[in-house]
Design a protein around this ligand. Sequence first.
Ligand SMILES: Nc1ncnc2c1ncn2[C@@H]1O[C@H](COP(=O)(O)OP(=O)(O)OP(=O)(O)O)[C@@H](O)[C@H]1O
Length: 255
Amino acid sequence: MIKVIDIHKSFGDEEVLKGISTTFEKGKTNIIIGQSGSGKTVFMKCLLGLFEPDSGEIIYEGTAIQDMDKDEKSELRKQMGMLFQGGALFDSMNIEENVMFPLLMFSKKSKPEMLDRVNEVLKRVNLVNVNKKLPAEISGGMQKRVAIARAIVNNPKYLFCDEPNSGLDPRTATVIDNLIQEITQEYDITTVVNTHDMNSVMEIGETIIFLKDGKLMWSGDKTKIFKTDNEAVTDFVYSSDLFKKIRDAQQNESK
Ligand SMILES: Nc1ncnc2c1ncn2[C@@H]1O[C@H](COP(=O)(O)OP(=O)(O)OP(=O)(O)O)[C@@H](O)[C@H]1O
């Protein structure tokens, strides 16, 4: 579990995070939504310890990051899996080397043990016989699965995904969403996903927070998001033409 208490973060005169408090639960896919520029990425970077908030606390299993010493912080870093926009695989490394990279960095396993683990996670994300291929030789959806395999290879307690579906077609995006959710439940990970994709929200939105202009304006789940009368949330949800058409059709039916 990650608890966040009243986080503020400014860059120069611009206050980007204006007092965010929330809890991200274990075994759940916790989603952060909001328009472009609402502060989602900055917030995630604060969670990852890449940005230091100006004030407030981020508490991992009872210990605030700012109270951790260097060793505790590096231990925490090892427990974090990250899935960045675009997958961010190393182009010149083959799939096996990409997935093995965190093990080489952070584990004390022998080479055969590492290889076993790499094959285990590749199998988990339904990728076989791709070990020796380069990222450019497989599809975008497969690259995303490799990135997921790499993010979980070290058995993380926390998984952070920034726009995991960017650049994917809707069907492949759904496969990736479901994979993230299944892995979260199976390994009992605390997962945090940044997205502005409403399809993802519909698919995996167990707990959702909505950010606007650096403030947390609403929290709930995928069933509540379509029933809320919070104007900022409905503006966001129905900015998608498809969802607007569904709502209009439902309203016409009930007349
Ligand atoms: N390193 C930085 N230095 C200065 N300003 C920054 C920095 N990083 C982000 N910002 C500013 O913080 C604000 C929020 O940006 P952020 O990237 O968190 O938005 P976002 O909600 O993730 O948007 P998107 O969905 O487009 O990725 C923006 O105004 C941005 O210019």
